[in-house]
Design a protein around this ligand. Structure first.
Ligand code: PMP
Length: 361
């Protein structure tokens, strides 16, 4: 098979060494004679693996001891609802910064469980600019402030962690976790669906300050309560063992690559190269986002004439460039440049874009 570069927004590319190792270990994991999927999560092999995976993540992100790490299910979307259940009491309000499609979804799913105060929104700008921190109307009595540091569809990213005082900052990092160094202590809770920078879908990673776990006194089933998941080391019920295992392989790979600092430099170089090609195309290609808000992870772009979109997609796919079709909210194209997408993929895309522009003048 010839080389294929995968620019999918998610589920997204995984590092080839991770997939190759999973393939090697599929029929006989860890000398057990069976795959990791076929074994009890309560067995000593799995428990030892789970502890190692958490230790690797703690090392990668320098997670302070007063934060719990949880391996959950339900996708980020379920936690849009579960976060207010756990972090807000009856009658509390929470501040939501709506800086894209996913932030809007998060606010919508939270609404049955907390009084949602939209502290800032860039909807009037079609989410193509970010509401600056100075414009956020924060309530010092809010249970928490929720925002989406990287919006996967609109391709906007906050490049600094906002200062929000003593109110816990909650971040949906589904599409930018582990893409650069992170000061975890600035956050109350970080969560991410795994299917972009971590592993397969069906796994949600959560990093949460332990004192926040005891916040909500409202009645709810144990399975919804994060404190119960933390007390049970994320094994309150059968976890996504396969996803947990693959996440562990990705963390090992990240450590071999030089960790999140090396990833951060690589991701910056990849994004700069693609934006430079778009900006240098004389208007043939355009990125619609405010340059100060451009995402390093998700790069939407349009062609100067949308009648060329179908040809661009057909030819790019034939050239081994996979999944460039943009989200319907913006149209055009989108290239997602997560950790597992190497600079060589960006080089191939940039070369194709130049060639396409010459041929389709
Ligand atoms: N938040 C962000 C930033 C996302 O990109 C996505 C999915 N692409 C979601 C939330 C929803 O994730 P899930 O489908 O895992 O619920």
């Amino acid at each position: 098979m010839s080389q294929v570069w995968n620019f999918s927004a998610g589920p997204a590319a995984l590092p080839p060494p991770v997939l190759e190792r999973a393939q090697r270990e599929l029929l006989d994991w860890n000398g057990s004679g069976a795959s990791v999927m076929e074994q009890s999560h309560r067995g000593k092999r799995f428990i030892a693996m789970a502890e190692r995976v958490e230790a690797d993540l703690r090392e990668l992100l320098a997670i302070p001891a007063d934060y719990a790490v949880l391996f959950l299910q339900g996708g980020a979307t379920q936690h849009f609802a579960q976060i207010p259940m756990n972090l807000a009491g009856e009658g509390d309000s929470a501040d939501y910064v709506v800086n894209g499609h996913w932030g809007a979804k998060a606010a919508g799913e939270a609404a049955p469980y907390v009084r949602v105060n939209v502290a800032a929104s860039s909807q009037a700008d079609n989410y193509l600019r970010l509401p600056p921190r100075e414009s956020w109307q924060l309530d010092p009595r809010a249970a928490y402030v929720h925002y989406t540091p990287n919006e996967t569809i609109h391709g906007v990213e906050y490049h600094d962690v906002p200062v929000v005082g003593d109110v816990p900052l909650v971040a949906d990092m589904s599409s930018n976790i582990l893409s650069e160094p992170l000061d975890v202590s600035r956050f109350g809770l970080i969560y991410a669906g795994a299917q972009k920078n971590i592993g397969p879908s069906g796994l949600v990673l959560m990093i949460v300050r332990r004192d926040l776990l005891e916040r909500s006194s409202r009645p709810m089933a144990r399975i919804f309560r994060y404190a119960e998941h933390a007390a049970a080391a994320s094994m309150l019920n059968t976890p996504n063992t396969w996803g947990w295992y693959l996440a562990g392989l990705t963390f090992e790979w990240l450590k071999e690559q030089g960790g999140v600092a090396a990833m951060g430099e690589r991701n910056r170089a990849k994004a700069e190269k693609l934006y430079a090609a778009i900006d240098g195309s004389g208007g043939y290609y355009r990125n619609p986002v405010d340059p100060a808000a451009r995402s390093r992870m998700n790069v939407p772009f349009t062609l100067h004439d949308s009648a060329l979109d179908a040809d661009f997609l057909k030819e790019s796919e034939a050239a081994g460039l996979m999944a460039l079709k943009g989200h319907k909210a913006l149209g055009g194209m989108r290239a997602s440049l997560y950790n597992a997408v190497p600079l060589a993929a960006v080089d191939a895309l940039v070369a194709f874009m130049g060639d396409f522009a010459r041929r389709h003048g």
